[in-house]
Design a protein around this ligand. Sequence first.
Ligand code: SF4
Length: 375
Amino acid sequence: MSGAVKGWCPGALRPMESGDGLVVRVRPHGGRLTAAQALRLADLAETAGSGMIDLGSRAHLQLRGVRAAALPELHAALADMELLDPDPAQEARRNILTTPVWREEDATPRLVAALEAALADGPVLPPKFGFAVDTGAAAVLGGASADIRIERAGDGLILRADGMVLGEPVTEAEAPARALALARWFAAGGGGRMAQRIAAGTLPPLEATTPPLTGAPLCPGPTPFGACRALPFGQMEVAVLRHLAVAPLRLTPWRSVVVEGCADLPPHPGLIDRADDPLLRVVACTGAPGCASASVETRALARRLALLVPEGAVLHLSGCAKGCAHPKPATLTLTGREGAFDLIVEGRPDAPPRLRGLAPETIPEILGDHLAPRL
Ligand code: SF4
């Protein structure tokens, strides 16, 4: 298959092979799709792929089960919608997470456009390396993955390296070029992630004096920006995307979508519209059979287990120790291994397990024992 590579970060120009076909990642500019783009993407997901679409933790969409033979037509359609980069290197660099809480009067859309333009001429960066433009009324993306952040700080903006508490005050005009300079500094020093390098004692060349003004992530339900709806496990069928596409969509890193300006949206079984929905307490990756690395099914089991998870706790089902869906500690993690699960308490999917080799049917009772103290 031409153009397919194995790797952690698929793109549109470099799709990744998975258990259910190719995964084609689409990064909408500014994390926003028009209703027409969303409807056309739904059609493409159906004709070129399996009809399943992921919404990832960097607010990108992934069309799943794409056939290699359908790629040329898919690329042409993405280019027609201005959703395709000129080449794989530019696609990889344009890894920009945009705050979903921006308003017309703030600088966010201009900053994203200017940063995209600056990065077109940027250095080669590690595959997971990314930027956040978090310049709504408050910075809300602090828990999402990004290495270089442009953030709101009171009346102004700061440039902050991930892993530092403070950032350097910048003007709107300065911010994209300063972000690019910071990326060049990082690239010149090797690979990895920004926070790792800072934790190891190498500080970036910033006059870091100012903390960001922080706010809370959006929850499912009504918001000042439109109706927010979460996707169970960050996945939807094309019918769900068509249901959402009644207005422009803002994609969030919290596996949810804001339907811009929409006061309410009719319920849909494929959408979560309440912040207290138990499904929000479970995280599950693709698992088997969709992912070739998995030996266990994850999402149907996660649905069955969700009601056992008390508010404030997180249960993570990971098809293998890689932990794609939640590569950090959870209250309890079930990591698939050789057709069974290992149980990890307050750890990452690759941490030493408390229990090993659990058959799926035994898990509800075991989980109850471990979660009882939290109820
Ligand atoms: S964590 Fe899940 S999605 Fe990631 S490689 Fe393992 S089984 Fe596949």
